[in-house]
Design a protein. Structure first.
Length: 302
């Protein structure tokens, strides 16, 4: 007997997402998919393929690479692009560091995650993108819940929650002034559980770090940090090998690991159902302040 959480994926969510993707293609001149290599953006790619089948997805993937990504994610990204034939454009945070447009953080909790904003806005401007499709969901974090499906950014790339248009029924208003652009969120009404069930039903491949594996970590303040040569380590901190997995695949410097033995999608889904911590609760950059995400979004973050 099929367990409750393995019930059929609600296909009306897929229909809605495909409608939104097609509207973005129809209303904007130069859209792109923001691709992190994570489960949400992988889902977005599948939805875009379905939206334009049997034709080719008419816009590229854009990945903002911090240089501190999980190697497994980059390997997966390149494999997906090779298999699908999609165009990939990579914006490098390291280029902005080298050009002194941003200053790299130092110290125990240093991260390149916030530096992505400058690289993203520079990439949008250089490519003259007027719409960026992202895999954000309303249940991720409270600032995400304030987004519209078509979320307008001003000519500085900034977001103002009070300056968004009403969205009535299925009417999506893509009219923007010169210099403005829009973030489009086709799976805004999905939950994390919806995404996992969609991946299961569609038999989508995902990066191996979503499953339990052995990894070198540092335990700091009760949190397991993935260890690498660019992660700060105090002299008294011990690198240990633990069996872990990840709920998100962000920058390694701010993405916590979870002790886990889940090696199948069904076991991952069981863990998601059983946890009381939100997905973004494993992102250490969101824990810097109560309004960390909203502050970053206001200046142009995803």
């Amino acid at each position: 007997m099929k367990k409750d959480y393995l019930k059929e994926f609600p296909r009306e969510l897929e229909d809605e997402a495909i409608y939104i993707i097609r509207e973005a293609a129809a209303q904007f001149d130069r859209p792109a998919i923001l691709f992190s290599g994570g489960k949400d953006s992988i889902t977005l790619v599948r939805l875009a393929q379905k939206a334009f089948y049997p034709g080719k997805v008419p816009f590229p993937l854009v990945h903002i690479d911090t240089g501190h990504n999980f190697p497994e994610t980059i390997t997966f990204r390149d494999k997906l692009v090779a298999e699908t034939g999609l165009e990939l454009i990579v914006g490098l945070v390291q280029d902005d560091i080298n050009a002194k447009r941003v200053v790299e953080e130092t110290g125990k909790f240093a991260s390149r995650n916030i530096l992505q904003t400058t690289t993203l806005l520079r990439t949008i401007e250089s490519l003259k993108l007027d719409a960026c499709l992202g895999g954000a969901r309303r249940d991720e974090e409270k600032a995400r819940a304030k987004e519209r499906v078509f979320s307008v950014r001003d000519d500085f790339g900034q977001w103002d929650a009070k300056n968004q248009r009403p969205e009535l029924f299925d009417y999506l208003n893509g009219r923007i002034r010169p210099g403005e652009n829009v973030r489009v969120f086709p799976i805004s009404n999905w939950t994390e559980l919806d995404v996992w069930n969609y991946i299961r039903e569609e038999k989508l491949e995902i990066p191996s770090i979503y499953y339990s594996h052995e990894r070198e970590v540092i335990e700091r303040n009760g949190v397991l940090w993935p260890y690498s040569d660019f992660i700060f380590k105090d002299a008294d901190e011990v690198v240990q090998t633990r069996t872990v997995r990840f709920r998100t695949v962000g920058d390694m410097s701010c993405t916590a690991a979870l002790a886990s033995t889940a090696t199948t999608l069904e076991e991952v889904i069981e863990e998601v159902i059983g946890t009381s911590v939100s997905e973004r609760g494993t992102r250490l950059d969101d824990q810097r302040s109560e309004a960390a995400m909203e502050a970053r979004k206001a200046v142009g973050y995803f």
